[in-house]
Write a protein of this length. Structure first.
Length: 396
């Protein structure tokens, strides 16, 4: 396993501060005791913390470990003001989230909240102690029409479902869709699809749910094992650079001693995301120094493929763009998939290269061909690329 501290020590002061601040050891305190932090580096560090949405977590750590004293007074005051503003914003969002969830529950709609306040509750034991800006919900595909109807009756505005054709397209393809409830963005999922396997909310997963509390309302979320897997998949989707998600994973694993690791591994294999899980655990172990069970340590270190992919991905953490606080978003899902079946390759390509906004073929295909979109889309995009290249060459 890579000694990531060697690479951290080669970084700029503000980048080292950021990476050390998410570790579950005394490395940040040791660094601050040995290396004075200038006002310029303090400002850059604060900006990095904001860019990576780690303000609440980092401020709490600095305050808990009495490390704010190492920073200039103006920076300490700025951190405090930003922290209080973030908590106040989260509390306003939570009030709307609680109302939204109550509406769904009153109408007998099965829905689970994941990421956002659910991750905050699981990782930090408080729904307000993490930065988030929207509400991610997963619903049963069979409830799609009912959900849309209930949301419309309660004043939600939809960004995409503005015609019967789009409505039917989303219904038949299980596409995610967006809405807004009283300025609260809603990201509503009918499935999670990363690779050849789909995860849809079913009776088994619904029975396996757990609850967290928003004010006085109990809200359903996924089991701890499903949560860890989905956050790992999100890391792979974002190119392994979202430190907030890696920090969430670290805190969830560190806070919950009841994780059923055999169950987690079984779910990951079933979902064709076992390598993704192992690489994510590598990042969590190296970046945050979280304690993993001995058998899990051995599992992630003994696999040559996992180590090869991990070495390739983790180096992107230390390029110049990342140092400036810019995420290198570039999915790595295809390289991490558990299967190499050739017939799925176009399908992988389609899933990991979605077109922005609505699907470009939505208004060009008859309804009965929607189910063939994963096969048709790559050829359509290749055709568009060839056509664009032709016109560019013609003009030049």
């Amino acid at each position: 396993m890579n000694d990531i501290l060697t690479h951290i020590n080669d970084q700029s002061i503000h980048m080292r501060l950021l990476l050390l601040s998410i570790r579950n050891d005394d490395s940040l305190k040791l660094f601050l005791n040995s290396c004075p932090v200038s006002k310029e580096d303090s400002i850059k560090f604060k900006n990095l913390v904001l860019n990576f949405s780690l303000l609440v977590f980092v401020y709490q750590k600095l305050k808990k470990e009495n490390l704010l004293a190492f920073f200039p007074e103006a920076i300490k005051k700025s951190f405090q003001n930003l922290y209080l503003a973030s908590i106040a914003r989260n509390l306003r969002l939570l009030s709307k989230i609680e109302k939204m969830y109550s509406i769904l529950e009153t109408n007998n709609i099965k829905a689970v909240i994941f990421k956002g306040p659910a991750s905050s509750s699981l990782a930090y034991n408080d729904s307000a102690l993490r930065s988030y800006s929207d509400l991610d919900l997963m619903i049963l595909p069979n409830d799609f029409e009912k959900v849309v109807s209930v949301l419309k009756k309660n004043g939600c505005e939809f960004h995409e479902i503005d015609s019967s054709k789009i409505f039917n397209y989303i219904k038949k393809t299980f596409r995610d869709f967006n809405a807004t409830y009283k300025d609260l963005p809603l990201d509503i999922h009918q499935q999670i699809a990363k690779g050849p396997s789909f995860f849809r909310l079913s009776g088994e997963q619904w029975e396996d749910r757990q609850y967290f509390t928003i004010n006085k309302t109990s809200c359903a979320t996924f089991s701890i094992e499903h949560t860890i897997l989905f956050l790992s998949i999100q890391c792979a989707e974002d190119g392994w650079t979202p430190l907030k998600t890696i920090t969430d994973l670290s805190q969830i694993i560190g806070n919950d001693s009841k994780i059923n690791w055999e169950k987690l591994i079984s779910i990951a294999k079933k979902f064709k995301a076992f390598y993704i899980l192992k690489i994510a655990l590598n990042f969590v172990l190296d970046l945050t120094a979280v304690n993993l069970p001995k058998e899990i340590n051995e599992m992630i270190s003994d696999c040559k493929k996992t180590q090869k992919l991990y070495k390739k991905f983790y180096l992107r953490l230390f390029d110049n763009q990342f140092n400036l606080g810019i995420l290198n978003r570039g999915t790595t899902i295809p390289e991490c998939l558990d299967t190499k079946i050739a017939t799925y390759r176009l399908y992988y390509w389609f899933l990991t290269h979605p077109s922005p906004g609505l699907h470009p073929l939505l208004f060009k295909l008859p309804r009965f061909l929607y189910c063939f979109l994963p096969v048709i889309t790559p050829f359509y995009l290749i055709y568009k690329y060839k056509l664009l290249s032709y016109y560019i060459n013609k003009r030049t």
